[in-house]
Write a protein that binds this ligand. Structure first.
Ligand SMILES: C[S@@+](CC[C@H](N)C(=O)[O-])C[C@H]1O[C@@H](n2cnc3c(N)ncnc32)[C@H](O)[C@@H]1O
Length: 270
């Protein structure tokens, strides 16, 4: 169903970004949660990782999984994705198998592990990589967008991180501490319920500031990556394509068009 032909392996190796966006555009909206510009920025950061065959971690699967998978398929390495929505894993597996694995002649099961559970579970969350004898080189965090959960995910990640690692965030400008009222209000709107106000104590600094301070408090070398999302997003076709839906997501606070510069942020740490 998803085995649309792009080009042979050699041409894919020559134009991997075009192939990545070609595959991303096969996805429906519910599994395509980041714009093309962010997917490209993610891809370019992966290319800059110092380790050959790195271990890549993500929380919240979707288009980002395609970027991580393609990097591992072309360069070696492994991908671990945590998402509580098991159907998303099954769906993405079918897209990756058809669209990527066939032409690249790789076995999805040797590269990608999807864990359909809470990313911070003490037994099968991110820190379980330790029991598998692995260290993580890259983490992309895009699951439940509240600071408390995000910092827990980063804490788990740090327990298994390599001495040099990179972390990246989606929706890094969000400022919700313990409850995602934007998401809750989106659901309430669909249920025909009135909007609930966010209590003051749910407010925190933007995630990119909180995470920056967290990392600088723990590691001697923390470099903010000059990611390319910030140059690319103004001309991003995928953002224009979903414009009508974005009016609603802006209204309930799931997106803030004025803060898009910090939708994506990343750090190199050692
Ligand atoms: C915004 S979507 C991810 C988008 C994806 N990165 C992409 O590129 O399309 C967020 C995902 O996080 C998952 N999620 C929410 N809370 C979670 C948790 N505690 N552990 C793991 N996954 C979670 C949801 O099921 C949802 O699929």
């Amino acid at each position: 169903m998803y085995d649309f032909y792009f080009a042979d392996r050699e041409s894919i190796c020559a134009r991997p970004e075009d192939f990545l966006i070609f595959c991303k555009r096969l996805l429906p909206r519910w599994a395509n949660g980041i714009p093309d510009s962010e997917c490209i920025a993610l891809w370019r950061i992966l290319k800059s990782l110092p380790k050959q065959a790195p271990t890549l971690v993500e929380t919240g699967s979707g288009a980002s999984s395609l970027a991580l998978f393609l990097h591992a398929a072309l360069n070696g390495g492994k991908v671990f994705s945590w998402d509580t929505n098991a159907s998303k894993g099954a769906y993405l597996r079918s897209v990756i198998s058809d669209a990527m694995c066939r032409v690249l002649e790789v076995d999805i099961h040797k590269i990608w592990t999807f864990i359909p559970f809470n990313s911070t579970d003490p037994h099968v969350g991110i820190s379980a990589l330790k029991e598998m004898g692995l260290t993580a080189d890259f983490g992309f965090f895009d699951s439940w967008h509240v600071l408390d959960h995000l910092l827990q995910e980063i804490d788990h990640f740090e327990k298994v991180a390599s001495p040099k690692f990179v972390i990246a965030l989606d929706d890094a400008y969000y400022t919700m501490k313990y409850q995602n009222f934007a998401y809750v209000n989106m659901i309430r709107q669909k249920l025909g319920l009135r909007r609930v106000d966010e209590p003051q104590d749910n407010r925190c600094k933007p995630f990119y500031e909180e995470v920056d301070s967290h990392l600088r408090g723990r590691y001697p070398v923390v470099e903010k990556i000059q990611d390319e999302y910030k140059q690319l997003y103004a001309k991003d076709l995928s953002l224009a394509y979903y414009e009508s839906n974005r009016e609603f997501t802006n209204l309930v606070g799931m997106e803030d068009g004025s803060k898009l510069d910090h939708r994506f942020d990343a750090w190199r740490v050692s």
